[in-house]
Design a protein around this ligand. Structure first.
Ligand SMILES: O=P(O)(O)O[C@H]1O[C@H](CO)[C@@H](O)[C@H]1O
Ligand SMILES: O=c1cc[nH]c(=O)[nH]1
Length: 267
C-alpha cells in the first residue's frame, strides 16, 4: 500500500485512474473493494473503491490504517505513526444554482447525516455550533442521526482551491433517494429538506453539494491522524434540475487533474 490513497466509489473507476499509471504492482478485488497500487509519473499511489456510503468508509479507513499502523503479527500498535493521505475522487449533486455543472468542488467541510462519528470517542474537533445552528434551521427530526460537522485537511484543501477548484460545505447523506429528497413512489418525512439545506447559512458558509462518503472520510482521518480531502465532480444541479451531458469526460478530467497535483504533493 502507498501512503497516498485515492478513494473512489465505483470499482470500475479504479482502472479509470490506474489506466494513467506508468505501472501497476498489484491488484486485489473483494466485494465492492477493488485495490490497485502502482506509480504515476514516479509517484507511488494506491487506488481503492469504497462502494457507496460511510458504513463502507468505516471498513476501508480502519483497515488501511491498520496496515500502516498496527503490527499484524504481534497485534500491537506501531511506535512510529505513519500518516496517510486520503483523496476522494467522487461524484456529487450541487444544491446551489451558482455551482456549474461539470465543475470541480473541494469539500472544505462536511456535514454528516450518517451518524458514523457518534460511535467513536475523542471527537472534540467536531463543530458543534455549526451543527446546532443547522438542526435549528431545519427543525431536524429527533428520529434521524444527529448531524456532525468536520473539516478536511487545510493544506490539501488550499492546494486544490489554488488550482481553480470551487470550495464548499458538503452534505454527506445516508441514502440516495429519500435522504437526498428524491421521490419515486414514497412520500418524504420532510419534502422541504433540500430547500432548507439550500437556504441554510452559518458564518457566511452555505451547504453546496450532496454525496455519501465525505463526512466519514474526514472524521475517521482526523481520529486516526491522517490527512484527507474530498474532490467532487458536479454531475447534477438539484436546484436547477440540470444534469451533466458528459459525466464520463468530467470525471476523467478530474482524475487527470488530481493525479498531476498529487505528483507535486509532499507525501
Ligand atoms: O461517484 P461516487 O464516488 O460513488 O460518489 C457519489 O455517488 C454515489 C451515489 O450515486 C455515492 O457514493 C456518492 O458519494
Ligand atoms: O446527486 C448526487 C450525485 C451523485 N451522488 C450523490 O450522492 N448525489
Amino acid at each position: 500500500m502507498a501512503t497516498t490513497i485515492i478513494t473512489v466509489g465505483d470499482p470500475d473507476r479504479v482502472s479509470d485512474v490506474t489506466n494513467y499509471f506508468d505501472s501497476i504492482e498489484c491488484t486485489v478485488h473483494k466485494r465492492e473493494f477493488k485495490t490497485q497500487t502502482g506509480t504515476y509519473k514516479g509517484k507511488r499511489l494506491t487506488v481503492i473503491s469504497t462502494g457507496i456510503g460511510t458504513d463502507n468508509i468505516d471498513i476501508v479507513l480502519n483497515e488501511l490504517d491498520a496496515l500502516a499502523n498496527i503490527d499484524l503479527n504481534s497485534r500491537t500498535i506501531r511506535e512510529n505513526h505513519t500518516e496517510l493521505t486520503f483523496v476522494r475522487i467522487g461524484t456529487s449533486g450541487a444544491i446551489q444554482e451558482g455551482i456549474p455543472l461539470d465543475s470541480f468542488l473541494v469539500s472544505e467541510k462536511a456535514i454528516g447525516f450518517d451518524g458514523l462519528l457518534h460511535y467513536y470517542g475523542n471527537t472534540d474537533f467536531l463543530d458543534q455550533d455549526f451543527s446546532e445552528a443547522f438542526k435549528e434551521h431545519t427543525n431536524w427530526s429527533i428520529h434521524k442521526s444527529s448531524p456532525y460537522v468536520v473539516s478536511g485537511n487545510d493544506t490539501l484543501v488550499s492546494t486544490f482551491v489554488s488550482e481553480g477548484f470551487l470550495k464548499g460545505v458538503t452534505a454527506t447523506n445516508v441514502g440516495f433517494y429519500g435522504p437526498q429528497g428524491r421521490k419515486l413512489r414514497l412520500s418524504l418525512q420532510d419534502g422541504e429538506l433540500n430547500n432548507k439545506l439550500h437556504s441554510f447559512e452559518y458564518k457566511g458558509q452555505n451547504i453546496t453539494n450532496l454525496e455519501m462518503e465525505t463526512s466519514g472520510i474526514y472524521g475517521l482521518a482526523k481520529l486516526l491522524g491522517h490527512r484527507a480531502v474530498s474532490l467532487n465532480a458536479i454531475l447534477a444541479n438539484r436546484a436547477t434540475g440540470d444534469f451533466s451531458k458528459n459525466p464520463k469526460q468530467t470525471i476523467d478530467s478530474l482524475i487527470v487533474k488530481t493525479l498531476d497535483l498529487l505528483v507535486d504533493e509532499k507525501n
